[in-house]
Write a protein that binds this ligand. Structure first.
Ligand code: CP3
Length: 334
């Protein structure tokens, strides 16, 4: 049976989540292990997905490194003093997960208890490039001009920034694994703005450091990005056991690029879930046809669930993917 979960499966499209959000903002939920664990496990109860992902934000651990930010409704993270030179890079502190993000580790422990083995719990961190993009731009960006300017103009400052982020995210993910995470995902959500040459030079060494350092934990490592069709071979070099891809590349072509000796995760366009279920079913069937029963596919979206998604469609999709792939196993066995 093909396992299935969704990025942003605990979010605004769920009434239960919206109700909690009426009283609490995102960051206070993340800092309240009881609430965070409850929201993390909500989709397992409602959707019957095979994994829960920790309810947190990629910016959360940066607070422990002296970064001040807020999350603005409909905009995303806003960094109060963006990092644009080596002085501000040097001012970034180290991350001590046990003292800086104890609430994240408690949320993991509580979520594990709530799940009680029913589904896996996925921990996560932002990849150095995607975190650096928020730190340098100060907010979401279209062209990543300030990030690239720092990268091209001051490689020394860039390298130090990436080094510090790689080190911090390694200890952050290690702490999550120690707390009980069954798998971890590194979100390099905005990496698709680079060509492979720049990826190899300015990003790959740092993401690779994180994956290498986590190797001995034996916990599956998911490497995710969007717009990565020309980067997949390089991302494979950086590391990971599972590669998360978006809908811009057919999943069979993506899998060929990373190699069939690793697993693939994806890749339904989240916007497809805004259509009627018959359309959702045809697009899900196309993904499964391309995967052609090869072992090592985790069904997911190509990026996060959209706020206007109808939960009924999502429940049907989980049933459809589970049902069809279970039938395929029975047929293969007989
Ligand atoms: O979906 C929701 O409404 C959940 C609440 C929320 C989160 N972060 C939790 C989160 C909100 C409103 C944010 C703010 C935020 N942080 C945004 C804007 C979201 C929006 O549409 O208003 C953004 C882009 C960030 C930065 C961020 N956080 C990135 C780039 C990622 C990696 C995943 C991705 O979408 O590319 C995150 C991770 C994140 N934030 C998670 C959650 C629960 C975990 C990942 C997951 O659930 O799949």
């Amino acid at each position: 049976m093909t396992p299935i979960w969704f990025m942003r499966q605990a979010g605004r499209y769920l009434a239960g989540y919206r109700k909690i959000r009426e009283k609490h903002d995102v960051i206070s939920i993340c800092k309240d292990p009881e609430l965070s664990a409850r929201i993390s496990t909500l989709p397992v109860e409602i959707l019957d997905v095979d994994a829960a992902i920790l309810f947190a934000d990629i910016m959360l651990p940066l607070e422990g490194m002296n970064v001040k930010f807020e999350i603005k409704e409909g905009v995303g993270p806003i960094v109060k003093e963006p990092i644009r030179n080596s002085r501000s890079v040097r001012a970034l502190g180290d991350l001590e997960p046990n003292s800086d993000v104890p609430f994240v580790l408690s949320s993991i422990k509580q979520a594990k208890k709530r799940l009680n083995g029913r589904a896996a719990l996925i921990g996560f961190a932002g990849a150095p490039f995607t975190l650096a993009s928020y730190l340098v731009e100060g907010r979401a960006s279209r062209d990543f001009a300030k990030t690239k300017a720092l990268m091209y103009r001051d490689p020394e400052a860039w390298n130090l920034l990436m080094e510090k982020l790689a080190l911090a995210m390694t200890s952050y993910l290690r702490a999550q694994i120690r707390a009980g995470a069954d798998a971890v995902q590194l979100f390099d959500s905005w990496i698709g703005c680079l060509n492979s040459q720049d990826y190899d030079q300015y990003v790959l060494p740092y993401s690779r450091r994180i994956f290498n350092e986590l190797e001995d934990t034996k916990v599956p490592r998911i490497h995710f990005g969007t717009g990565t069709s020309s980067l997949l071979k390089s991302m494979r070099q950086a590391g990971g056991d599972v590669f998360g891809v978006d809908w811009r590349i057919p999943i069979d072509i993506a899998w060929e690029r990373v190699g069939h000796d690793v697993a693939i995760q994806g890749n339904l366009d989240p916007a497809v879930l805004l259509a009627d279920f018959s359309f959702v079913e045809s697009r899900a069937a196309d993904i499964l046809r391309r995967v052609n029963r090869a072992p090592g596919h985790i069904f997911n979206l190509g990026h996060g669930m959209l706020p206007d998604t109808h939960p009924g469609n999502v429940i049907k999709l989980v049933k459809y993917v589970h049902g069809l792939t279970q039938k395929q196993i029975r047929e293969r066995g007989s």
